[in-house]
Structure formats: C-alpha cells, structure tokens
Design a protein around this ligand. Structure first.
Ligand code: PGA
Length: 257
C-alpha cells in the first residue's frame, strides 16, 4: 500500500522564544485536528523538541540535523553535537539530512552517507538533494545523480524502505529565490530520481519511496505540485512558521485525491 502523503515543516533557526514555538505548534495541531490521510511533521530547532514532545503524544517531531557518530565513539567527545541515539531516545521520528543550508556549511555527501549508515530503523530519513543552478548543458542532472549515489551508498534495506527524498532546487528556496520551480520541473526530477534509485537498488526495493518537493511551497502552488508534479508531499520552510499557511498546505494535501 502506498504510504501517506507527508507535509514537513522546517522551522530552521526559528522562532526566538520557546513560547512562540509552543504557540505555533498548538495552532497548527488544533486547526488540522481532522486530518487523517496526511502525515504531518514539525522540525523545530533541537532545543524545542523536548518541550513540544510533552504537548503531543503523536510521533510528529523531526530534527533538522544530527551528528555522524554515536557517543560510543571517542567517549562522546564531540562538543556541540547531538547524536542519533539522543534523538531516538527523545522520541524523534524524522531527521532532515543534507539540507542545502547545511551543505553550504561544508556538509559533504560523505558526511550524509555516514549519518544514513547509523540511522536506526525507528527514524525516517528525509534526504534533501538539489542543484544550485540550472545550466544549459544539463550538468545539474549529474549533480543530483552524484548526491543520490554518494549519500545512499551502502545503506541498509530498512533505511531504504523508510527513505523520503526531498527535491529542493537551491535556486527556488527562501526569500532570495531566483524564481519558483514549476510542477513539471519537479515531475521530471522525480522520474530521474526513481530511475537512478531503480538502477542502484532494483525496482522492488524502492516501492515505498516517497519523493517530495521543497522550495517556496505556498498554499497557492501546493495543489499543482500534487497534481501535475505527482508529489508525495512537501518540505516547507517559511510558510511552516505561519500557522494559517502551513495548516492550509496540509489541508490542500488532505483534500487532494
Ligand atoms: P522555503 O524553504 O519554503 O522558505 O523556500 C524550503 C526549505 O529550505 O526547506
């Protein structure tokens, strides 16, 4: 059976105050309380995870990053980092990996691959891929291929079974986006991603794969990405900080047949 569509809110380094985090979380939960067919995920900064977990018993929390080693290594001497086990023990169910803003901070495909190799079965990885620019020679297709092949090399069957790929063209992300991506551009990349993973792992091993879109997702364009783009959901940045807009994106997805 096809997995549910999924809407993931990436709060990035927001909001400044824990009270605002609680407010935003509660507002979205209450306005989407009837949603049944769509998976909803909130990825707040690490320090808000514990507080939000106490508010809802549902498994709807995700982290925006994680360190590539567990504390058994080197006595946990990794100042400033947070481990996979810590997140798992806290009840975190999802982890965003390889977001372009982290890649910009020197995270490599190899780092991401190390993380994917130690991810427990209880955590669902959301792997972000996407090119910085669209060149006329179509070199961007190779960028995506390399990201997928290097990040996913040697991962377990279970991890592959849980995997969500978020296609996020860097040029379409955030308030400095060059332009919005179109639903057909997304659909084309969705086909490419499936082809690359079929070649690497075999068709029957990627039956559960969900490919979602991220980059300037708003209530105004969500429907066409679901319909024309055949998206399995969204990774939402800015609009996930606005409870009305985020709830609307969730409802559009819920109503989509
Ligand atoms: P945006 O961010 O929705 O604000 O463009 C998306 C993302 O970076 O995941």
């Amino acid at each position: 059976m096809m997995k549910k569509k999924i809407i993931i809110g990436n709060w990035k380094m927001n909001p400044d105050h824990p009270k605002e985090a609680v407010k935003l979380f509660k507002e979205v939960l209450s306005s989407t309380s009837k949603v049944k067919k769509t998976e909803i995920v909130f990825c707040p900064p690490y320090i808000y995870l514990e507080g939000l977990r106490k508010i809802s018993k549902r498994n709807i929390l995700g982290a925006q990053n994680v360190f590539s080693e567990n504390s058994g290594v080197n006595g946990g001497a990794f100042t400033g980092e947070v481990s996979m086990n810590m997140l798992s023990n806290l009840g975190v169910k999802y982890i965003i990996l390889g977001h372009s803003e982290r890649r910009e901070m020197y995270e490599t495909n190899l780092d991401i691959n190390k993380k994917l190799k130690i991810i427990p079965n209880t955590i669902i990885p959301i792997l972000c891929v996407g090119e910085k620019e669209r060149d006329d020679n179509h070199e961007y297709l190779n960028v995506i291929k390399t990201q997928l092949e290097d990040c996913l090399d040697g991962i377990s069957k279970n991890t592959l079974n849980n995997l969500i790929i978020a296609y996020e063209p860097v040029w379409a992300i955030g308030k400095n986006a060059v332009r919005q991506a179109t639903s057909l551009e997304f659909r084309e990349i969705g086909i490419l991603i499936k082809k690359i993973l079929t070649d690497k792992f075999g068709a029957k091993n990627i039956l559960n794969l969900r490919i979602i879109y991220g980059g300037s997702v708003h209530p105004e364009n969500a429907y066409e990405f679901l319909k024309e783009g055949e998206s399995h959901g969204f990774l939402v940045g800015r609009d996930s900080l606005n409870s009305k807009k985020f709830s609307e994106i969730i409802k559009i997805t819920e109503d989509f047949i």
